[in-house]
Write a protein that binds this ligand. Structure first.
Ligand code: ZN
Length: 455
């Protein structure tokens, strides 16, 4: 018997959490796949702090696809709540997860102090989680009870995985988040053939990305234009992957003298620490990136680039005359140092803001992208005169064409496809496309649903 239960990520982008139960004879094996935080929605806090709906006793393991918070954010709470199993992921995911937990905890402690409450977990819950956490390399076979597990490269962020689980000769696949291949640094998403059951993400289940081919050219032109007018280019960036991709691309442009030399600041402590972790895992990079590194180039360091870790260093950026480029978090301008720079620089028509990723509804980044004429930042009304530009080619997610191509590889064997981790509109549109194109039984499950895969 093989049964799949959905506890998060059903008809919503965030909160991925699935439970797979296998019974053969008198042996039962239970594994969780991801344990993510709910983000964005109004009920997120309630859902993040709610107790888990399944019995934590008897769960053998938690398998982690990648280190984004919507896939790992609740792991310290899971451990605090009594989870006793092992945790498995690639070594890069483990290392990045530690960084993400510590960053999240410092924010939670700060908020708790402000609200006079207690944070949902403590430092010791993080160290307990890490003490249970073992690394597995891509393609190694990992036996867990009656199951066999293989991690494959999802090409989404460093260490990201597609998880294949074999039970009774059938293959169940969890896509995690699928990358937007080819990406500047990472390898292409591994194809998965012969899957019987598939749980697949649908963040961009109803959209196509534009301009992946000429994204670097657009980046080059944007930098040239802004620098040419003596302006400041602000790039709000996500700490994992996007920042490293941008540094890698700008490094190339600088090394080949395609852009004039100007000061470039990476103004995010989290992104600086994540970049250090990226350096440990060059073995996960694609051939082109490895070639550049092997030729002696440090891809995250080039003339003009400065990492500003402390608050003082960050403030000192303002004193450096334009033109200059500032990369800072958060990626959606809903927190972090980028907001301080936006307050200072968006009121000047010589400057530009380059948006290089998904902007959630209601985020400051989304309002700017949608053409807001003025915004209030820290009580100051800023009239937007800077150019607001978007580069969707740098998205870390596969678009609908990438998702369909992934399903197609197993179209002959798939019995059921479960479309998750997307807004309802995106999920349902993707479901319909799978049915129409491949004649496969596809659904978009809701949280709380259970399906018997093998009876
Ligand atoms: Zn992700």
């Amino acid at each position: 018997m093989l049964k799949l239960n959905f506890y998060g990520g059903g008809q919503e982008v965030t909160g991925a959490n699935y439970l797979l139960e296998h019974t053969k004879g008198d042996e039962t094996t239970k594994v969780l796949i991801d344990c993510g935080m709910f983000q964005g929605s109004k009920s997120r806090e309630e859902k993040n702090n709610a107790s888990f709906e399944y019995d934590l006793e008897g769960i053998n393991a938690l398998l982690v696809t990648h280190a984004h918070m919507d896939h790992i954010g609740r792991i310290p709470i899971l451990v605090k709540s009594g989870f006793k199993g092992k945790i498995y992921s690639t070594p890069a995911t483990r290392e990045l997860a530690k960084l993400m937990f510590e960053d999240a905890l410092s924010i939670l402690q700060h908020e708790a102090l402000y609200d006079n409450t207690k944070p949902p977990y403590e430092e010791k819950d993080i160290s307990n989680a890490l003490s249970k956490w073992e690394s597995v390399e891509y393609y190694d076979k990992l036996p867990i009870g009656g199951l066999e597990v293989i991690f494959k490269d999802a090409g989404h962020i460093l260490g990201s995985s597609i998880i294949e689980i074999y039970a009774d000769g059938k293959k169940t696949v969890f896509s995690g988040d699928l990358g937007n291949s080819p990406a500047p640094l990472l390898r292409k998403t591994d194809p998965v053939e012969d899957a019987d059951f598939l749980v697949i993400e649908s963040t961009y289940g109803d959209r196509e990305h534009e301009g992946r081919e000429d994204r670097k050219l657009k980046l080059e032109r944007t930098i040239e234009d802004t620098v040419g007018t003596g302006g400041v280019l602000l790039i709000p960036a996500f700490s994992l992957e996007r920042t490293q991709e941008l540094l890698f691309e700008i490094n190339e442009l600088v090394e080949h003298k395609r852009i004039p030399r100007v000061p470039i600041f990476l103004d995010s402590p989290l992104a600086i620490k994540a970049t250090a972790i990226y350096r440990h895992y060059e073995r996960y990079y694609n051939k082109e990136a490895k070639y550049i590194i092997n030729s002696g180039d440090d891809v995250f360091r080039f003339p003009g680039l400065k990492f500003t870790e402390s608050g003082e260093e960050s403030k000192a950026i303002n004193k450096i005359p334009a033109p200059k480029i500032i990369i800072a978090g958060s990626g959606m301008s809903n927190g972090g140092r980028i907001i301080h720079h936006e307050k200072l620089y968006l009121g000047d028509e010589r400057n530009a803001l380059l948006i290089a990723g998904y902007q959630a509804v209601n985020s400051l980044g989304r309002r700017l992208q949608d053409g807001a004429k003025s915004i209030n930042i820290f009580g100051v009304e800023v009239t937007i005169k800077a150019k607001i530009l978007s580069l969707s080619g740098y998205s870390a997610h596969a678009d609908i064409n990438g998702l369909m191509a992934f399903v197609e590889k197993s179209a002959n064997t798939l019995q059921k496809v479960f479309v998750t981790q997307g807004e309802p509109k995106a999920s349902l549109s993707f479901v319909q496309k799978i049915r129409d194109n491949f004649n496969i039984d596809a659904t978009s499950p809701q949280n709380g649903d259970s399906v018997v895969l093998i009876s």
